[in-house]
Write a protein of this length. Structure first.
Length: 182
């Protein structure tokens, strides 16, 4: 992996639907580029001193989205030249996607098929408040398909789209680094 000619001069933002691999891609990319990795959800949890699922339960989704917007603004203002992974819903609320595109040259949308996402999410649904009550793979597929359709407009606002379908992590990272080296 050749990242020697790349000089990072902007935050790199990774977006995508839950289960798309944003965190894994972001951590690996940050490690290879030798920059800091920031996970918006982790920052929210640390600041609020509770898990995302607890914020949803105790304060409701609207209040969570307000907190998320505030933390996103803080991170974009205070962070320079890092890799930042956003929550799956972050781009879809308020003017978050416009803000992200204004503050970063490199916004990557990690794409997977609804089928792959549904299988991944069904296995880990208990950890995710939005889908924790879905009881079958068919219902998960129905939910994911509808949800992605509703969010697609926001995800498509990313400058770069990386199709992660049937690709290993190294291949995805290499694709991103090629773009960064242009």
């Amino acid at each position: 992996m050749n990242n020697s000619k790349f000089q990072i001069d902007s935050n790199i933002i990774i977006i995508g639907y839950m289960g798309s691999g944003k965190s894994l891609v972001s951590k690996s990319l940050a490690n290879i580029l030798n920059v800091k990795y920031l996970d918006l959800d982790e920052i929210i949890e640390n600041r609020e001193k509770m898990k995302i699922s607890e914020i949803f339960e105790q304060k409701g989704e609207l209040q969570f989205r307000r907190i998320e917007k505030e933390v996103l603004l803080d991170v974009l203002e205070s962070s320079k030249n890092n890799v930042i992974s956003l929550g799956g819903g972050t781009p879809c609320y308020f003017d978050n996607m416009s803000l992200v595109n204004t503050k970063s040259k490199y916004v990557f949308y990690i794409i997977n098929s609804n089928k792959v996402l549904s299988k991944r999410l069904f296995k880990e649904r208990k950890n995710r408040p939005v889908i924790s009550k879905i009881e079958s793979l068919d219902k998960m597929m129905e939910f994911v398909s509808k949800h992605i359709f509703e969010r697609m407009h926001f995800y498509n606002m990313a400058k770069y789209h990386i199709n992660a379908e049937k690709k290993d992590l190294d291949l995805i990272i290499n694709e991103i680094i090629e773009i960064l080296n242009q």
